[in-house]
Design a protein around this ligand. Sequence first.
Ligand code: NAP
Length: 310
Amino acid sequence: MKNYDVAIIGAGPAGLSAALYAARGGLSTVIFEKGLVGGQITLTNDVENYPGLEKTLSGFELVERMKKQALQFGAEIREEGVKAIGLQGNCKLIETTKDEYSSKAIILATGAHSRKLSVPGEEKYTGRGVSYCATCDGALYRNKIVAVIGGGDSAVEEALFLTRFAKKVYLIHRRDQLRAVQTVQNRAFENEKLEIIWDTVVQEIKGDKFVEGLELYNKKSKTTMTLPVDGVFIYVGIIPNNSLLESRVTLDKGGFVVVDQNMHTNIEGIFAAGDNVSKTLRQVVTAASDGAIAGFSVEKWIVENKENFK
Ligand code: NAP
């Protein structure tokens, strides 16, 4: 069984940054990634708030750079999904879709995935007008009418991005105030193609072969209306990917992993970093920061516990 000092699960910005720090610190380091390297940020078209970028970069380009840097320092990336993690004495056992491995420490950098709206029509029309990725599908809606659901940073930023293609973008939010940061809100208020429909929830996504409209309910006026749209982009938050150790690692009420300032979980030798961690600010820069702390802390933890690994 191949043994590593540290096994990192997930190759998004948190995992890649953890790998950079761990490998650069001299640890044998492997990252397991079941999907595409890069995680959720690869779905973002323009990253403009990561320090050091003179001009915007796509999420994909940014993580490609992170990947190259981690590999340069000797980290390995294995395209294998992790099925189970076991604890055996001081060792961690990792069962993947291809093999079994052991490590001294683990960093859970498993990220998060899109929350579903859970309304009739959502599943039926996914891929036929319902999308969770404006970067992937936005160009299909040139000169069409689309709706974006949600009021957070993702919804407002992606609604703005969609105005490059669509002739009209409705932003449908369940309250009378957006959650997104003020600068992004201001850009939305100023954009003539973007109209915000306040205090409104989607009751149903309707169509024939493709989406044709939304059944909306205004919570203040208590009225329903049908809004004709060609596409709907759902950005109503994220759910952490914490199923691997959820029964053993301490989670907050939202299901995010609770860590200390060293990104250490309640289990000795298991660290966590990135969007799956309990925190207030989820950005590429905070994911990279979590990863750096986790990679550094693992190195320190292994040195402190070296007697246990003889
Ligand atoms: P979020 O901040 O949790 O916002 C989710 C939005 O969806 C909220 O406006 C929420 O409404 C709404 N919502 C939730 N459930 C709903 C439902 N069932 N029906 C209708 N609306 C619903 O999620 P996010 O925008 O995906 O962002 C996730 C994290 O990534 C955040 O920490 C965010 O700051 C960060 N992020 C940062 C950037 C950036 O800095 N460039 C970009 C994207 C995301 P309420 O407001 O009423 O709760």
